[in-house]
Design a protein around this ligand. Sequence first.
Ligand code: GMT
Length: 376
Amino acid sequence: MRIGIVCYPTWGGSGVVATELGIELAERGHEVHFITYKQPVRLELLSRNIHFHEVSIPQYPLFQYQPYELALSSKLVDMVKLYKIEILHVHYAIPHAYAGYMAKKMLETEGIFLPMVTTLHGTDITLVGNHPFYKPAVTFSINKSDVVTAVSQSLKDDTLRLFDITNEIDVVPNFIDLEKFNHTFTDCQREMMAEPEEKIITHISNMRPVKRIPDIMEVFDRIHSKIPAKLILVGDGPEKVSAEKMAREKGLEEKVIFLGNSSEIDKILCFSDLFLLTSEKESFGLAALEAMASGVPVISSNTGGLPEVNKHGVSGFLSAIGDVEDMASNALKILTDPDTLQKFKKQAREVASKFSTQNIVPLYEATYEKATRKVY
Ligand code: GMT
């Protein structure tokens, strides 16, 4: 099939999922066209089956806000016609589903019928999308999509609770390329990060308030007071500065390493012993799945879709949001006994294997077939 993918090209789960999906679909013989304002960060290599079309917005002094939806929908119309794109898959409802629907309607006037699949990722529903300023447009674009998918049952339930939905929603969980995270590096370069006796705790996110970065620092402080440990924080965002301040105030500046954004997540996870994810909201928790696929157990909050990914007592432990004492005690349960750590590492990988590319990508292909049947 010729598939158009619209996503956010920046660091962040929805863009990563869309990019990895496009790469996998191309490997399975589809022709994939990414249509977005920048080349997606994880799209390092353009192959014969992968194309990237940049959406540019001409700057005009009259506009206080540049009309991205307009530029995107016009670009979609052009690309669909030029490359004979057969299906449009938009990731993140705002504003992609809205722009996609406008493109669909414009194409219809020329007798071109474009099926559209919308994938809901999380904050487009739970944080931003239900703001009264956006809600009518988000509801409309979900209801007008030919097929709607959500990345977890929890996100589906939230969508049905928060919006007036008349459309069906299919759950298609996020997926992981297990091979990429099956560390075959002979040298994980652990010694660059920590002393041999130190355990390495990792957190990866875009460091927005929803991730509760102060909880990460509190949990680590409690772990560090009991065993030698280092904390590696990967990513960048508004909470980074206060995390740096907290590390200094707690006298942990030598023990907390800020790595910034990285495209070498697999290598960082290779030498990690434990992954922390303390979020207030998390529709799925792709970062937790990446950790599990690397054999890194996860200590997380029990919000949203996290219990669907991180199995309590198997791949790690779940705690109530903000319960840093429980999180630290669970972390120590795993870290202080080498046999327990090995057991959780193995189990984390086993749980992750349920979300393999091979298991999940065919579900997306099936949604494309379903959307096509709806339109024709
Ligand atoms: O919160 C993030 O890390 C970014 C955000 C996004 O929109 O890119 O992630 C959302 O989508 C990811 C991919 O489906 C999910 O794994 C994350 O759980 C979800 N984030 C939230 O729900 C807060």
